[in-house]
Ligand binder design. Structure first.
Ligand SMILES: Nc1ncnc2c1ncn2[C@@H]1O[C@H](COP(=O)(O)OP(=O)(O)OP(=O)(O)O)[C@@H](O)[C@H]1O
Ligand SMILES: [Mg+2]
Length: 387
């Protein structure tokens, strides 16, 4: 029996937990017609909270209505890829990897979009116009059938701001022209913030914001029950509680806990592999925590500045919420200085203000991870400091 859980970035989970309201909002925006606010949206949240999966789910909603949906990642050259896709009659989605460097074969194409792929020749104005024109042509056909185009752009970050500007400017025009379009972009909170705070793209500030967070444990438990049962295993209510609690409502952890527990149940000594025992759950949870550290905590902590890391390490000394004054003392800094890093970490969804003057970890098990790896990070800081 194959493992139903999917602890892989961007993979649609067996049950999408706790997101039905967001999906309904978007369905409403599509049905509400041109100009509905929910048609211009951005999705943010911590790593592994389910942004990509959400884009997929929203894309499916539009697809079900017969819309043309184009999913792109904001990597260099994405605008050229979008133009190519629109002009190639939407038959195939040419990815950045297989994209031929000289696809001049499109008759009537005003500019060969691919020529400037990733090169300094990128001309935002030309690209923006090309994109708008290709969209308009496609929309002329689709709108006759009361259909539209949804573009989803994942992994948005300010490093590609020129291209994002070109795309967003075109989208703004299309919206103004009352075309049947929707545009959703997603990225980590600070990355997206840089983009919406761009002076050129002020209209994006009016986009509807979905800040994804933890999901309810009741729903997590229900999702475990459904997935386990549908895949012909059983688990007692206590075991289901155990699994749900171990996730802390963090979506990526739902898949990790599910996956490793399922696996543990297949390799357990008991003859009955169709039952997920408490013992299998305990082993699965332990393994899931290790994987979470490798896949989420490690990369997240590595990306931070040395001072932000120190801030987290100072927090990890507490068993529960940390006093911000106390943290500043431990860092031997004044409160204003420490506050800069506190604000940064809150923006990144790594910590949150649990009460006035107190902060706590938002990513589950980060405290344990830091305690185990604290020495390593401290060492790295010392090495960095020596350079
Ligand atoms: N609502 C959910 N219910 C259950 N599992 C989910 C949910 N959302 C996401 N997941 C699972 O969590 C994992 C991470 O999801 P996803 O890749 O969409 O996160 P992300 O926010 O895009 O992360 P990143 O910032 O790294 O791009 C996947 O394994 C996915 O199946
Ligand atoms: Mg993602």
């Amino acid at each position: 029996m194959s493992n139903p859980f999917k602890p892989t970035a961007g993979m649609t989970p067996p049950v999408l937990v706790g997101r039905s309201a967001d999906i309904e909002d978007f369905s409403y925006a599509l049905d509400d017609g041109v100009g509905a606010p929910g048609r211009l949206m951005y999705v943010t949240g911590a790593r592994g909270v389910g942004k990509t999966v959400m884009l997929n789910a929203l894309g499916d909603i539009a697809r079900k209505r017969g819309w043309l949906v184009i999913d792109e990642t904001a990597e260099t050259g994405f605008l050229a890829r979008l133009i190519d896709f629109l002009q190639s009659d939407g038959k195939s989605h040419i990815s950045s990897v297989t994209m031929p460097s000289g696809s001049l074969s499109i008759p009537g194409a005003p500019v060969d979009a691919s020529l400037s792929l990733g090169s300094i020749q990128f001309n935002p104005v030309e690209h923006s116009l090309d994109f708008r024109k290709s969209m308009s042509q496609k929309l002329d056909k689709l709108e006759k059938k009361h259909l539209g185009i949804l573009i989803t752009l994942d992994e948005v970050q300010a490093s590609n701001i020129a291209e994002i500007r070109a795309l967003a400017t075109a989208v703004q025009h299309l919206i103004r022209e009352q075309r049947n379009v929707a545009f959703i972009f997603a990225g980590l909170p600070t990355m997206v913030e840089d983009v919406i705070n761009d002076n050129v793209l002020t209209f994006l500030r009016r986009a509807e914001r979905k800040h994804l967070g933890d999901v309810s444990l009741t729903e997590v438990k229900q999702a475990f029950a459904t997935t386990i049962e549908r895949n012909n295993k059983t688990a007692s209510d206590d075991v289901l509680d155990m699994l749900a609690q171990a996730t802390n409502g963090y979506p990526f952890m739902i898949q990790l806990v599910g996956y490793w527990t399922w696996r543990a149940s297949e390799t357990s000594d008991t003859s009955n592999v169709s039952e997920i025992t408490a013992e299998a759950a305990a082993r699965g949870i332990a393994q899931a925590k290790i994987k979470l550290g490798d896949m989420v905590h490690g990369p997240a902590v590595d990306k931070l500045s040395a001072m932000s890391r120190d801030y987290l390490l100072a927090m990890a000394q507490d068993d529960g919420p940390s006093s911000t004054n106390e943290i500043a003392k431990r860092l031997e800094r004044d409160a204003i200085y420490a506050n800069v890093y506190r604000t940064q970490l809150i923006k990144e969804d790594i910590i949150y203000q649990s009460a006035y003057g107190y902060v706590d970890f938002k990513l589950p098990y980060l405290r344990d991870y830091l305690r185990e790896h604290g020495a390593y990070h401290q060492m790295r800081k010392t090495i960095d400091g020596l350079q």
